[in-house]
Design a protein around this ligand. Structure first.
Ligand SMILES: *[C@@H]1O[C@H](CO)[C@@H](O)[C@H](O)[C@H]1NC(C)=O
Length: 251
């Protein structure tokens, strides 16, 4: 029992460690917060800095003395807030420029805990391209993107795609004769995921099943009858005449 408690404690400890994690991936437009695990009072000043491409910039600075908060750089203005009690910084409306390592000075002393932020572009919403094959009961679905691709069907099953050039994946879809089946393609990066509109089987094999085929068959049969009606009697007539002539010539 005590072993189990210990294990739970260890698991909880590891999990909280992971959550306070010092490497964060975010998408453009997201927000991020960084906070020291511990902050030792009394706190007389707080300075958050960003290190990016070996350039150090002050992000937000607070002094107890005159209770002022300053944000020197335009790129952090209007989107950066500081909780002076906990030292937590929050940056909203992230852009690629906010990537970097964030450090914090408390009461003039740089802390050892650091935070690495990577801001990535949002993945686009993918669009599935339908490509016919030589076989009318089979089509290829293509998702032409360089991000990680996940194919799924309407049952929620993940389907394995094959790589296509120059980029992306395709899957081969057979006509299962169930118009309600659908397929989706999702794009994923470390910070975001987007899924295409579903492509339904009824839109993949439109011309091949159901009423359309019946109508085409009826039209074709009618055409054949019309052609027979127009051409057969004269042919029959000329044949009959020929045959008659042959008969007479033999006699
Ligand atoms: C931040 O984003 C929100 C919603 O996307 C927007 O309303 C707001 O104007 C943005 N603020 C700044 C400073 O860009």
């Amino acid at each position: 029992m005590s072993h189990r408690c210990l294990m739970v404690a260890v698991v909880v400890f590891i999990t909280t460690e992971a959550i306070s994690g010092e490497e964060v991936m975010k998408a453009v437009g997201d927000q991020v917060s960084f906070k020291l695990d511990t902050i030792v009072p009394p706190v007389t000043s707080i300075t958050w800095k960003q290190v990016k491409d070996a350039v150090v910039r002050k992000v937000i600075e607070w002094e107890e003395e005159d209770t002022t908060t300053t944000i020197p750089y335009l790129r952090f203005k209007g989107i950066t807030t500081l909780d002076v009690k906990t030292g937590q910084i929050t940056i909203t409306n992230l852009t690629l420029e906010h990537s970097g390592v964030y450090t914090i000075d408390v009461s003039g002393k740089e802390q050892t805990q650091r935070f690495t932020l990577t801001v990535m572009d949002l993945v686009p919403k993918p669009v599935i391209i339908i490509e016919p094959t030589g076989n009318p009961g089979v089509v290829y679905l293509r998702c032409e993107y360089s991000e990680k691709i996940i194919w799924k069907n309407s049952a929620g099953k993940t389907l394995t795609g094959s790589a296509i050039t120059p980029k992306g994946e395709s899957i081969t879809v057979k006509n299962e004769r169930n118009p309600e089946i659908f397929y989706t393609c999702s794009l994923q990066n470390a910070a975001s995921e987007k899924t295409s509109d579903p492509v339904y089987e009824r839109d993949l094999f439109k011309g091949l099943n159901g009423k359309f085929v019946v109508w085409i068959s009826i039209v074709l049969i009618c055409l054949v009858f019309i052609i027979l009606f127009l051409f057969i009697p004269p042919l029959y007539g000329s044949c009959a005449a020929d045959c008659g002539r042959q008969k007479t010539s033999r006699e």
